[in-house]
Ligand binder design. Structure first.
Ligand code: AMP
Ligand code: MG
Length: 328
C-alpha cells in the first residue's frame, strides 16, 4: 500500500483529486472526507482491514460501531430495513445531519468490524457536495468517524486532519471549514420506539414533528442507563463462555488463535480459527467479530490465545475482555 508522508491535501472540487480519493478507498486506504458536520476518516465499509485501519489511525482503545455513509436513499436501502417512520425521517432530513440506526440487512455486505458485531447499522446521507461526490463515485458505503485521534477534538478543517492523523491518511479532500461543526443527531428505531442516542446538528423537535412521536432520551443520570451514545445497543457478546490468555486448551473448546504459534492442546480443540496466522493486528481486528460468531454455538467455551495489547491489540483485547465478563 502506498504510504504518503505527509498526507496529500487536495482541493475537493478537483476531478483528479476525487479520482485519487476513490482509488485510495478502493485500495483499502483512508481518506479525509469533508462533510457538513465535521471531517470524516473514511474507509470502504465493506473491507474489514480498511475499517481496522480507521481504529488503528484513531488510536481508539475500543471498537465502537461506525456510521456508514451513503450517496442516496437507494444505497441506504441496500444496507438496512426501513420501517414507515424511519423512511419518513430519511425522506424529510436526508441529505443532512441525521443518522438512523436500523436493522442491518443480511446481505448488506458491511464488515462486522464496522458495526462492532451488532445486527443494527447506523446510516447517514451527508449533504456536503464533496462527500456526496465521493460517495457517488465510490459506489460503496463508507465508514467514517470523525477524523481525529482518540481523545482529540473533532477535525473541522483539512489541516486539522493532516496534523492529527499524519501519514495514516492517503489523501485529504479540502473543502474549507465544516459548516455545522457538530456531529449528526443519532436516532435508533428500537423495539420500544424511537430513541435519541446522540443530540447533534438536527434538533430533536424537528425529528419529533416529522415522526409524529416523542423521542425517548437516555437518562444519563440513571445508573442503569447506557452512559454513552451507542452503548444502548452495543452489547454484542457470544453465548459461549470466553476464556482469555489460554496457554492450555481443554478438549472440546473452540480455539480463537493468533499468530504462528498455537497453545498447548490446540489439536484437541473442537474447532480453531486463527485471527491472523502471521500475527498481524489489522487482519486480526478485521476478522474478530465474524470469528466470534462462527465459533459461538460450536462449543460451550471459546478459548482465546494470548493477543498483544499493543496498538490495535488494545481494542481487540478490550472487546474480548467484555465478551469474557460474567453476564447477568
Ligand atoms: P462518530 O463515528 O464519532 O460520529 O460516532 C458514531 C456514533 O454512532 C457512536 O457514538 C456510536 O456508538 C453510534 N453508533 C453507530 N452505530 C451504532 C449502532 N448500530 N447502534 C447504536 N449506536 C451506534
Ligand atoms: Mg468523534
Amino acid at each position: 500500500m502506498a504510504i504518503h508522508n505527509p498526507p496529500i491535501i487536495r482541493p475537493a472540487d478537483d476531478r483528479d483529486a476525487l479520482a485519487e480519493a476513490v482509488a485510495a478507498l478502493a485500495a483499502g486506504e483512508l481518506v479525509g472526507m469533508p462533510t457538513e458536520t465535521v471531517y470524516g476518516l473514511a474507509a470502504d465499509a465493506t473491507n474489514g482491514e480498511a475499517v481496522a485501519r480507521i481504529y488503528a489511525a484513531k488510536g481508539r482503545p475500543s471498537f465502537n460501531p461506525l456510521i456508514a455513509h451513503v450517496a442516496d436513499l437507494a444505497a441506504a436501502e441496500r444496507l438496512v430495513s426501513f420501517d414507515p417512520v424511519s423512511r419518513r425521517l430519511a425522506e424529510a432530513f436526508w441529505p443532512g445531519p441525521l443518522t438512523l440506526v436500523l436493522p442491518k440487512r443480511a446481505d448488506a455486505g458491511v464488515s462486522d468490524l464496522a458495526t462492532a458485531g451488532l445486527d443494527t447499522l447506523a446510516v447517514r446521507m451527508p449533504s456536503h457536495p464533496a462527500a456526496h461526490a465521493l460517495l457517488l463515485a465510490f459506489g460503496r458505503p463508507v465508514a467514517a468517524p470523525s477524523a481525529n485521534r482518540s481523545g482529540h477534538v473533532s477535525a473541522t478543517t483539512a489541516a486539522h486532519v493532516a496534523a492529527d492523523l499524519g501519514s495514516s491518511v492517503s489523501i485529504v479532500l479540502d473543502a474549507g471549514p465544516s459548516h455545522v461543526g457538530v456531529e449528526s443527531t443519532i436516532v435508533a428505531m428500537t423495539d420500544s420506539g424511537l430513541v435519541l442516542l446522540r443530540a447533534g446538528g438536527l434538533p430533536r423537535e424537528e425529528i419529533e414533528a416529522v415522526a409524529g412521536v416523542r423521542l425517548q432520551v437516555i437518562d444519563l443520570a440513571d445508573p442503569e442507563a447506557p452512559t454513552a451514545p451507542g452503548q444502548l445497543a452495543s452489547h454484542y457478546a457470544p453465548g459461549a463462555m470466553v476464556r482469555l490468555d489460554v496457554e492450555d486448551v481443554r478438549p472440546g473448546e473452540a480455539l480463537l488463535a493468533f499468530g504462528p504459534g498455537l497453545p498447548r492442546g490446540a489439536s484437541d480443540a473442537a474447532v480453531t480459527i486463527n485471527l491472523s496466522p502471521r500475527g498481524d493486528l489489522i487482519e486480526a481486528a478485521a476478522r474478530l467479530f465474524s470469528a466470534l460468531r462462527e465459533l459461538d454455538g460450536k462449543a460451550a467455551t471459546i478459548a482465546v490465545a494470548p493477543i498483544p495489547a499493543t496498538g490495535l491489540g488494545e481494542a481487540i483485547v478490550d472487546r474480548l475482555r467484555r465478551a469474557a465478563a460474567p453476564r447477568p
